[in-house]
Design a protein around this ligand. Structure first.
Ligand code: ZN
Length: 310
């Protein structure tokens, strides 16, 4: 039996906890609201701005003589005096009007917070129940054994992209590729070994085997394993071009998953787009064929044509 030379990820013997930990960190990072540098600067300026104001005022008079009751008025007069004089002499920093600066800071906080809430709110809700996603009747579900090398039993909670691959082993079948992923379970965890898998494999005759449930992580395209679904595709020769049967099944399977996972063809990407691996080779070498594939996926989503294949 020939096995595919698909060594997308080689994980050493300490893989077990490390692999899961990395996946979890990856997921956590994804769920954190990101703050743009500009917004961060605006937020950061607020305490510094207040400091600067108080500091300047304090430094221009004896610090210990300040009394709580007189502060406000004193600051007010000091401020206006300073503003007036610096305006006259055209000085840079001292000439910034404080009220507009304060307003600008408040606007900055507002923008930062609302931006943060927006991103947080945008990122958080995920309405797709991955456990409820169904595959077409012509997909054979033959899950591989749970093991640290190819089915790590890590739950994924959202799918942002569907990633297309080719097996890089001309002539190999969907069955042999599925069995290869399963056979990785027999490696000695102490000794380390090869780590690789995929949710689906599409065969030369258009047959499809599902190796891993869609709410579990596969080892197909690091570092995006924790929020992607992977589809491997068989091919007959080194060019990596798919047979018409493989292509048709791939289009319909991808459309079916997109439809249920609230994705469009814009969310369908190549392994190449994840980490620049030359995979799937034909779609990397032929950009026009890749764009055509995406259009065909869109058409299939519109037609809901996945039920009439095979
Ligand atoms: Zn790949």
């Amino acid at each position: 039996m020939s096995f595919p030379a698909n060594n997308d990820i080689v994980i050493p013997d300490y893989l077990g906890e490390y692999g899961k930990g990395t996946a979890q960190m990856d997921k956590d990072r994804r769920n954190m609201p990101e703050i743009e540098e500009e917004e961060y600067e605006q937020i950061r300026k607020v305490p510094l701005g207040e400091d600067a104001e108080g500091g300047e005022a304090a430094s221009s008079r004896p610090a210990r003589s300040r009394k709580p009751g007189s502060n406000r008025k004193e600051e007010g007069t000091h401020r206006s005096r300073r503003r007036g004089s610096s305006r006259g002499k055209g000085r840079g920093r001292g000439g910034v009007p404080l009220a507009p600066l304060f307003l600008a800071c408040m606007l900055g906080i507002g923008a930062g917070l609302s931006g943060g809430y927006y991103m947080w709110g945008y990122e958080k809700p995920y309405m797709v129940d991955l456990k409820a996603v169904e595959v077409p009747s012509w997909v054979e579900q033959d899950f591989i054994r749970k093991n640290i090398f190819s089915r790590p039993d890590v739950t994924i909670t959202r799918v942002n992209n569907i990633v297309i691959h080719y097996v890089a082993n001309p002539g190999s079948t969907a069955r042999s590729n599925r069995d290869y992923f399963d056979s990785l379970a027999d490696q000695d965890p102490e000794a380390g070994g090869t780590s690789s898998s995929s949710h689906f494999v599409v065969g030369l005759d258009g047959e499809v085997i599902q190796c891993i449930p869609v709410d579990e992580m596969a080892y197909a395209n690091s570092p995006r394993n924790s929020d992607t679904i992977s589809i491997e595709n068989c091919h007959t020769d080194e060019t990596g071009e798919f047979t018409q049967a493989t292509y048709d099944s791939l289009v319909k399977l991808t459309a079916c998953l997109c439809d249920q996972m609230d994705l469009t063809s814009a969310d369908v990407i190549r392994h190449y787009d994840v980490n620049e691996k030359e995979c799937p080779k034909y779609f990397v070498d032929h950009e026009d064929a890749w764009q055509q594939f995406r259009e065909d996926v869109d058409q299939a989503i519109a037609d809901k044509s996945w039920e009439d294949v095979l």
